[in-house]
Design a protein around this ligand. Structure first.
Ligand code: MG
Length: 358
């Protein structure tokens, strides 16, 4: 079975409320959708958002990478030779990880459909549901407290709180949220590179002293500040999760070997898809370093692909796959069930989405 064509179109989905981090404010999900067609009529779907502040990609650059490099490289190739496909895709251009992720998941989707099995089973998994957190955007304290309480009413038991803009004022923010939600809710703190190393240590010690009891702190310092990550990780009790610092399997080895984080956040848009994400899982499993499966602000095709991988690997002990839950509407047909905190994978073949939005 050969790849006959790889085409793209765009989708725009309004968010329930603006998404704010230390890096940006976003009002809607805007993604490039990929439709891969085989010569026997199987359709594989993929999706990528443009997260220019993290991967450097725009909607236009994703489309151009697919139209001018990836599609011409892969069209006519056998779908049966997965490793060859990914080797060719990674070889035809460097970077452009979100564009590659969209095509990678379309390949896996079509491949699993060809075999008639759900993707999580193809990837080796037995579990068919996972629990995700919900992201609480950076806002004033009363707004963040009310957003946190609303998330708990919706059923979430884990919150991922965005901070990183106001130094020690973030501690007050976290304290108020902890007081409001009580002791049983898990709180993940994401600084999105917002702190300097010494500042990060001060803030995390203050969080520890204030009994905020954060489960982890994500990416306290700049993505390329390797020694800064080591500095922070070695000086605090709270677990440090590397997000923007780890794109590839090579990055994961460096971070783990250098003890520059305790945990790794895997996102398909950083890795260039499932094929590289699987390598990170294998490396992390070898070292006994637990992973989180995360997502950018992305729609149901992309987040579902990540959910399938998360369900398939024991080393992925945490999920931050709330993209579809942040959206006001669901324009996709079928697919995994996003029942607030629980993502349920069904037995439909592939990723499970049966049609893309018009
Ligand atoms: Mg993050």
């Amino acid at each position: 079975m050969k790849i006959k064509s790889i085409q793209t179109k765009r989708v725009t989905i309004p968010l329930r409320k603006p998404f704010k981090t230390a890096l940006r404010t976003v009002y809607q999900v805007e993604d490039v959708l990929v439709c891969l067609q085989t010569d026997e009529g199987i359709l594989g779907y993929g999706e990528a958002p443009a997260t220019a502040v993290i991967t450097g990609e725009t909607l236009e650059s994703i489309e151009a990478a697919i139209h001018y490099f990836i599609a011409p490289t892969l069209t006519g190739c056998s779908l049966m030779e997965l490793d060859t496909l990914f080797h060719k895709m990674d070889g035809c251009m460097i970077h452009n990880t979100s564009a590659k992720a969209a095509v990678d998941m379309a390949i896996y989707d079509a491949y699993a459909k060809m075999l008639g099995m759900p993707l999580y089973q193809l990837l080796g998994g037995a579990a068919n549901e996972i629990e995700t957190d919900l992201t609480i955007s950076v806002n004033d304290i009363p707004q963040m407290v009310s957003d946190s309480l609303e998330a708990i009413r919706r059923g979430y038991r884990i919150l991922k709180v965005k901070v990183g803009k106001e130094g020690l004022a973030d501690v007050k923010r976290m304290k108020e949220i902890r007081n409001a939600v009580g002791p049983d809710i898990k709180i993940r703190v994401d600084a999105n590179q917002g702190w300097e190393p010494k500042e990060a240590v001060r803030i995390i010690h203050a969080l520890e002293d204030a009994n905020v009891n954060a489960e982890l702190v994500e990416q306290p310092v700049k993505a390329d500040d390797f020694s800064g990550m080591q500095f922070v990780t070695s000086r605090v009790n709270t677990k440090i999760l590397a997000d923007e610092s780890v794109f590839s399997a090579k990055d994961a080895i460096r971070i783990i070997e250098g003890r520059a984080a305790d945990l790794i956040n895997i996102k398909l848009m950083k890795t260039g898809g499932i094929h590289e994400a699987v390598k990170i899982c294998d490396i992390a499993q070898t070292y006994g370093v637990e992973c989180m499966m995360g997502c950018m602000l992305e729609g149901k095709v992309a987040v579902s692909a990540a959910a399938h991988l998360a369900a398939a690997r024991h080393i992925v002990t945490r999920a931050d796959l709330d993209g579809p839950s942040l959206c006001a509407v669901d324009p996709y047909k079928d697919g995994p069930l996003f029942e607030e905190e629980i993502i349920r994978l069904l037995d439909a073949p592939g990723i499970g989405i049966s049609a893309l939005p018009d």
